[in-house]
Design a protein around this ligand. Structure first.
Ligand code: SF4
Length: 525
């Protein structure tokens, strides 16, 4: 492993000062791979120039077999951050461990009994539990500080969300709290939400700006070699890695989004175009979720763009709502619903995740396109995640826990706190309606409306049943039929059950036969 960290170790080469610091230091700060921003740590703590401890955990990298690019991103960003801290005058200790982060920290504390350690609350449940056990073992020597990477105080909202506090109310409260897009206590433009303007399909003549690709430097190349050598069978391709791994680079990408894509983000945020993984999406989530960028600064950059007339209100409000509303809301949901949320399976689906999620081997073009993006980049934009990947999983009665596992490992921006609520709560209804009022399901006609997939697909989106028909069409009605009892009380879905009931018996039979044939023959490995 050391040979794939040579340049990195050279750049943090501070052996004499490190040895001295380890002998004389009485305080260390453990910085996790998703807490890469010293601005978030207490100033009085940093002013004491504690020893900064980083851990490269093999077990974290293997217990969930993450996408290769995700592992490169996490580790390279951490190494670059460690170098940046070193260059700011901090002494940096980089620990390698076959175990989890907490195992390395425990060894460190045993070896240096005079050193006390501070750590920030980990966002992910398992790392948090491991660090809590460590803190119990070492008692006063370990100090926990709150996680400051989020805008909303999770403790304030947790109990409300358990009782069904919906996103819209939460979002309005945070708009008032931050003052974002507010004037005299009222939402700018007179309404809170511009969703109605933000569901356009993509016209043929709209050109899509390219996202700058960041060439891997020597540090990143070392990590690429490491992942290639040690985890060659993990999901995904490595050859197209082009993510930023430093804050400066991430800020450049944020600025590029603001100037070239934000203006069209709102209108086309629900659109899909074959071969285009990013469209007008910001693709800033990897940087927000490991701390390279902070949610406040990104919201404020977008609001400044509106004030400078670089982007219309519908786009800016839609973007701010994604970060200030949705991202913060699901973080509170995670805090409120863990750990039981992990096992949620409201519909008691037991089918395995179809093989196509692993290899993109399918004739359903909308799915092939979405999975291909994930294989190539560890990324597809949110509407492909929801309208295609999650929708298909629901319609084929797939165990939501398997879908959850796949999203967790497959996406560059997926940490459990962010992907679990999206999958278990939002898209699959596996929590029975705590987060969403219905499961996300749709037939082929909506995918056709929002994308250019269907015109190029082997299946016919206009046919409702039979071997040539778009499978989303009959699977949708099959789902409505299967779950009509669950939906009887739900106004949003009972409308669909009523439509289903009006179909002829022959139509219902054809739906059933097509669905059974498709589901039984779906390759689930
Ligand atoms: Fe997807 Fe159906 Fe459209 Fe094909 S026809 S791209 S399967 S929605």
């Amino acid at each position: 492993m050391i040979e794939t960290a040579r340049e990195f170790l050279t750049q943090i080469n501070n052996l004499p000062s490190l040895e001295n610091k380890l002998k004389t230091s009485d305080h260390a700060l453990f910085v996790l791979h998703d807490q890469l921003n010293l601005d978030v740590f207490p100033k009085e703590l940093l002013d004491q120039k504690p020893l900064l401890v980083f851990v490269e955990s093999l077990k974290y990298a293997t217990v969930i077999p993450h996408h290769k690019q995700k592992l490169v991103y996490i580790l390279s960003a951490q190494r670059h951050f460690a170098i940046a801290c070193h260059n700011q005058g901090f002494t940096v200790l980089n620990l390698f461990t076959q175990g989890f982060h907490a195992d390395a920290i425990a060894e460190f504390l045993e070896k240096y009994p005079q050193i006390n350690l501070t750590y920030m609350q980990p966002s992910e449940w398992d790392t948090r539990a491991q660090m809590t056990a460590l803190a119990d073992k070492f008692g006063d020597r370990v100090t926990l500080i709150p996680n400051n990477f989020f805008i909303a105080d999770a403790d304030k909202f947790k109990s409300k969300i358990k009782k069904g506090y919906r996103l819209e109310n939460f979002y309005r409260e945070l708009r008032k709290q931050t003052g974002y897009l507010m004037a005299d206590g009222k939402p700018l433009g007179g309404i809170w939400n511009y969703d109605k303007e933000n569901r356009k399909s993509l016209p043929k003549n709209v050109s899509i700006p390219k996202i700058p690709v960041i060439e891997p430097d020597v540090i990143t190349q070392e990590v690429i070699e490491l992942v290639k050598n040690y985890l060659p069978d993990n999901f995904g391709r490595l050859d197209q890695f082009g993510y930023a791994v430093t804050r400066d680079c991430a800020l450049e990408l944020a600025q590029a989004f603001i100037t070239t894509r934000l203006a069209n983000f709102g209108a086309y945020e629900d659109a899909i175009k074959v071969g285009e993984p990013f469209l007008f999406h910001s693709v800033l989530s990897p940087y927000l979720n490991n701390g390279l960028l902070l949610p406040q600064e990104i919201c404020e950059m977008a609001i400044a763009a509106f004030e400078q007339k670089l982007a219309p209100l519908n786009s800016v409000e839609g973007f701010v709502r994604q970060i200030l509303g949705w991202r913060e809301y699901i973080h509170v949901y995670y805090e409120a619903q863990m750990p039981q949320a992990r096992e949620s399976n409201y519909f008691e689906f037991t089918n395995d995740l179809p093989q196509l999620y692993w290899n993109a081997n399918t004739d359903l073009l909308c799915l092939k396109d979405a999975v291909t993006h994930v294989l190539n980049h560890g990324y597809s934009h949110h509407i492909q995640r929801l309208m295609v990947l999650s929708n298909f999983s629901n319609l084929t009665n797939t165990d939501p826990r398997q879908l959850n596992h796949w999203f967790w490992l497959a996406y560059i921006d997926a940490y459990e706190w962010v992907e679990l609520p999206n999958v278990i709560g939002m898209s699959t209804f596996a929590d029975g309606g705590i987060l969403a009022s219905k499961p996300y399901i749709s037939g082929g006609s909506y995918i056709n409306k929002m994308s250019n997939c269907c015109s190029q697909c082997k299946y016919d989106v206009k046919q409702k049943t039979g071997s040539c028909a778009c499978p989303f069409n009959y699977l949708y009605w099959n789902f409505v039929d299967q779950h009509r009892d669950s939906f009887a009380e739900n106004g949003r879905v009972s409308l669909m059950t009523n439509v289903y009931e009006k179909k002829t018996e022959d139509e219902k039979l054809a739906i059933k036969e097509s669905s059974i044939h498709f589901i039984v023959n779906l390759d689930r490995g």
